[in-house]
Design a protein around this ligand. Sequence first.
Ligand code: C2E
Ligand code: MG
Ligand code: MG
Ligand code: MG
Length: 284
Amino acid sequence: QAKDDGRNNYAFYQPEQSQFIEQWVRLEPELRRALALDQFRVFYQPQINAETGKISGVEALLRWQHPKEGLIPPGMFLPIVEEIGLMNQVGNWVLEQACAQAEKWKKSGYPNFRIAVNIAGQQILSHRLVDIVKELLEKYDIHPDQLELEIVENIVMKHADAAQPVLNELRNLGVRLALDDFGTGYSSLSYLKMLPVQKVKIDQSLVRDIPDDPNDEAIARAIIALSHSLNLSVCAEGVETEEQRKFLSGEHCDQLQGYLISKPIPANELNLWLDQQERQVEVR
Ligand code: C2E
Ligand code: MG
Ligand code: MG
Ligand code: MG
């Protein structure tokens, strides 16, 4: 029977695959200690305003700095974290790191800087998330509007009855909500208008083949138009080429995120990146 407890679908593999079992056996014992040994890192990837090119915020993305294997991407270890029941702990840690970093950026002259944090299905279904976010907003000097929680479309659709009230409560705290990986799953377009989300993120699989695939262009165009008609803003993920940037900004996509702008990088590198952007603006 299909196990369905709010797990996300990460890019690398599904727990059903044999590769997963091998990785699990190898990584699980160390993964259990990773938090205590301070081996997790949060990287930040800029999101820019498609029209002005100015940075509007960042997405926080988790990595595991493994002492021997180097930097391990989330797709390789988050499914294990979910399976061994540590997703809430790890997810809460990321949330706190992101809030602390947002406070630092606020103090260093970026008061409106927005930080997007990915929230796992298990966090939404845990009943603790609302209190945790509330506590973090009290602890750190940031405006609730600076925090954006990214929720994967599939989780919201599959667990609508449980997820909807949580999303409403989160929204009542003043944080922003974004629907991640949009266009890949069980999108019920009529359902979109019932959710308290402010943003839709077009999945990178739809962006990848622009401009070669006219179908993907049509889908991206339709998502942008639909979102705007529902008063939602749109961020395109996985923007890698100038052609993609041109197409998406031509279609009035609000924000762009992808390697074309910057890869996810540690906060100190992002500070240097910000300095550079500033200089470029001054030079012009
Ligand atoms: P996501 O939230 O959809 O994040 C976007 C992913 O696309 C990131 O992969 C990012 O590095 C990658 N990406 C960004 N721009 C480009 C591009 O131009 N080209 C390509 N090929 N890829 C690009 P990453 O960091 O490996 O994360 C994968 C997924 O893991 C995320 O997808 C998210 O679902 C999950 N994840 C990451 N951090 C967390 C976390 O703290 N909590 C939870 N629950 N999930 C997380
Ligand atoms: Mg995301
Ligand atoms: Mg995504
Ligand atoms: Mg994704």
